[in-house]
Design a protein around this ligand. Structure first.
Ligand code: XMP
Length: 527
């Protein structure tokens, strides 16, 4: 469904840097860094069609790193069109190796992968290193198995290290540059300056990607497209759908109908908070559907995690469709808070799979006879850009900087069968944990924190009484991408306070445990 929505901004009018993706874990980071300079940047897979590149009309191209080896056959190569465009090129890691190979240089595989800090020496001046003198040492981040062992004829060496003799190279005539290290990661000391040199001094881009202009532009676009038609939006209370709602509200006011489904698996007071923020404070046209009982009824007797997710997803779609059907003849558009990482095209099978998984969390299909056109005004924005936009549109920072919350909500945090009482207990335990984290200034230091409900009876003593009751697990993780995560080393005294409060304040809990599993092998959620 998300893939059918078109990019809403007329990007042809602004300077754009193309990031050609060879499958690196850092590809999105490259595009984000460029956008931090207020220059628009788009990611496309290395095997993208010629047409798409032409339409984009980029000012420059950055070739990402990637997991493959150019020493093997049938590995990705830079398409000829990139060279025919005659625009500046910057290859990073795999991007450098394939550049070297395609220009007749040699790439060798090392038995030992170089991963981590290294120091490069600048061998000669280059526009890429403008502002640094020759001989300067820079701390950089390496992550490679292969290296360029023989420079291609038309290239000069511009930086080296002891382990990767060719750490950076530049074409003798054309604006083609390459780096063995990763300037996009913060561990590379001068990474920002190097990318800035490429984007501004070499590509001569003008910074035209500004949040203020973008908001204005998007509002106008929505107005032009929608006119006086009505738009339906499934509001979850999360950052993406909330920012979408406010943007649409600014454009079309009461012609936006937001539907918020209370599935009974939300955080404590969440439904009330959403209603008070959007309906009372922001004056949006909001329909709150209290579907708690329906969800609990459908979940009765279900214990298997995937089965729970399916039931929650299906029930949500049924209820949302039911609401939508009430406006069947009046509404032409359906808005969604789809963001850029949900739709980035990739030639890498793993990311394709990730996209399929993600799409399952979004609103599914509407009934056959409801033909609505999609509006996705955040479709080309990264999460941090969505947060910036939300802040400019007046959304409170506590809601914009909230930890992620899964679509199936507490349904994946209650092991075994779900019932109202367990939900209430978990909501209370979770509220205590989060409240204490905020009080101790620890909330923003962890990426995600929550409680899980373990229906395992254990013995405790509270006062003079023996208590035989269930267990609450607390979980806090630190992560950048949620693909891997480390358990947070929260202070013991803090954990003791949280544990005391939970056992003292919640009668049906006898014990609190702290989850010290990292991902992998564990997942962040318990189910
Ligand atoms: P896991 O548990 O897979 O979680 O390590 C990674 C991130 O994804 C979130 N998550 C979900 N989000 N629907 C969602 O919308 C789901 O079914 C789901 N399962 C996990 C999780 O909260 C974490 O941020």
């Amino acid at each position: 469904m998300t893939d059918s929505g078109n990019l809403s901004l007329d990007q042809k009018n602004i300077d754009t840097i193309l990031v050609l993706d060879f499958g690196s874990q850092y590809t999105q980071l490259i595009a984000r860094r460029v956008r931090d300079f207020n220059v628009y940047s788009v990611i496309l897979p290395w095997d993208v069609s010629l047409e798409k590149i032409k339409i984009l009309n980029p000012k420059g191209v950055i070739l990402s790193g990637g997991p493959e080896s150019v020493t093997k056959s049938n590995t990705p190569r830079i398409p000829e069109i990139i060279f025919e465009l005659n625009i500046p090129i910057l290859g990073i890691c795999y991007g450098m190796q394939t550049l070297a190979e395609q220009f007749g240089g040699q790439v060798s595989s090392s038995t030992i992968k170089e991963f981590g800090h290294a120091q490069i020496t600048l061998e000669q001046t280059s526009q890429l290193f403008d502002g640094f003198g020759s001989g300067t040492l820079i701390d950089v981040w390496m992550s490679h198995g292969d290296h360029v062992s023989t420079l291609p004829d038309e290239f000069n060496l511009i930086a080296s290290t002891s382990s990767a003799p060719v750490a950076a190279m530049e074409h003798i005539e054309k604006p083609i540059y390459a780096l063995q290290f990763h300037p996009e990661v913060t561990h590379t000391d001068q990474g920002k300056a190097i990318l800035e040199n490429f984007v501004f001094k070499i590509c001569e881009s003008t910074p035209q990607w500004r949040m203020e202009d973008l908001i204005e532009h998007r509002i106008q676009e929505i107005k032009d497209k929608v006119g006086d038609q009505r738009v339906l939006l499934g509001l979850s209370g999360g950052v993406d759908s909330s920012v979408t709602a406010i943007l649409l509200d600014k454009a079309i006011g009461k012609n936006l109908i937001c539907v918020f489904v209370d599935n009974g698996l939300l955080r404590k007071n969440e439904a009330k908070d959403v209603e008070s923020l959007f309906k009372e404070k922001m004056n949006l046209n909001l329909v709150v559907v209290d579907a708690k009982k329906i969800f609990y009824r459908h979940l009765k007797g279900i214990t298997e995690p995937e089965q729970k997710r399916k039931v929650i997803g299906r029930t949500f779609i049924d209820i949302f469709d039911n609401e939508a059907a009430k406006f069947k003849d009046e509404i032409k558009y359906l808005a969604q808070g789809t963001i850029y990482p949900d739709v980035i095209e990739s030639s890498d099978s793993e990311s394709k799979e990730a996209r399929v998984i993600k799409s399952h969390h979004n609103v599914g299909g509407l009934p056959e006879d409801m033909k609505m056109e999609l509006i996705e005004p955040l479709r080309d924005l990264f999460k941090d850009e969505v947060r910036k936009m939300g802040a400019k549109l007046g959304l409170p920072s506590e809601m914009l900087n909230r930890h992620p919350f899964p679509g199936p909500g507490l349904g994946v945090r209650i092991l075994g069968e779900i019932c109202k009482d367990k939900v209430t207990t978990l909501q209370n335990a979770d509220a205590i944990f989060i409240e204490e984290l905020i009080k101790a200034n620890l909330y923003d230091q962890v990426s995600q924190a929550f409680c899980a409900y373990l229906p395992i009876k254990s013995v405790g003593v509270v006062g003079d009484e023996r208590r035989y009751a269930d267990v609450i697990a607390i979980r806090a993780v630190e992560t950048v991408d949620f693909m891997t995560a480390d358990w947070a080393k929260l202070p013991h005294d803090f954990l003791a306070d949280v544990s005391n409060r939970i056992v003292n304040e919640l009668e049906n809990i006898s014990r609190v445990v702290y989850d010290i599993s990292s991902k992998p092998p564990a997942t962040i959620e318990w189910e």
